[in-house]
Design a protein around this ligand. Structure first.
Ligand SMILES: CC(C)(COP(=O)(O)OP(=O)(O)OC[C@H]1O[C@@H](n2cnc3c(N)ncnc32)[C@H](O)[C@@H]1OP(=O)(O)O)[C@@H](O)C(=O)NCCC(=O)NCCS
Length: 164
């Protein structure tokens, strides 16, 4: 991976041809990964959903998704391939999602995160998220609670571009 790695990243809307890579990335990233059918339904049957992928040398190495309803955005998932973590891809995905959400009229962004997921929390806190509640026993595989985080001032500088 070169120093100008981030310059070689492309952010674009997720397409059907990405789904094999996305399903693999899901399995590497979450204990209860979403199925291919879940992503198909997000792409083709949910008009509120927007999904972006980060591509490096023609490989999908990260993705982020959200639902936009009125002025609110709910992040569904954000994941980066383990090999490419810690190099700014997650930050770029989040900022690009914020830019796209802002352009589509959203003023705030919400998400759930595991209290044990310090890496993700650090990313979110650095972007203006704050805890607004807890969903008890939210995660079905182990019964861990979810922290609900909300951001009212979306960071739209330093994004790659809007992808949608
Ligand atoms: C969370 C995740 C998407 C972050 O993506 P990433 O590309 O590794 O993150 P970045 O390199 O852009 O780093 C962004 C910030 O995250 C934090 N971070 C990243 N890696 C970290 C590590 N190993 N330890 C501590 N903090 C870390 C830092 O705050 C970092 O900002 P900084 O570099 O200015 O300190 C990625 O770790 C991932 O896919 N995790 C598994 C799936 C997941 O948990 N998704 C979130 C569900 S809510």
């Amino acid at each position: 991976v070169t120093a100008d790695f981030l310059d070689e990243l492309t952010l674009r809307a997720m397409e059907e041809r990405d789904l094999d890579a996305i399903v693999e990335l899901e399995k590497l990233s979450f204990p209860t990964p979403w199925s291919r059918q879940s992503f198909e339904s997000e792409l083709f049957r949910n008009s509120h959903a927007r999904y972006a992928v980060a591509e490096y040398q023609r490989c999908v190495i990260g993705y982020g998704g959200m639902w936009l309803v009125c002025d609110e955005t709910h992040v569904t998932n954000i994941a980066v391939h383990p090999t490419f973590r810690g190099r700014g891809v997650g930050r770029l995905l989040l900022r690009t999602m914020m830019l796209t959400a802002t352009m589509l009229g959203a003023t705030r962004m919400l998400l759930e995160v595991r209290p044990s997921n310090r890496v993700a929390q650090k990313l979110y806190f650095a972007h203006g998220f704050r805890p607004v509640g807890v969903r008890p026993k939210y995660y079905s595989n182990d019964g861990e609670d979810a922290l609900i985080l909300q951001c009212d001032q979306m960071e739209v500088t330093g994004a790659a571009d809007s992808w949608n």
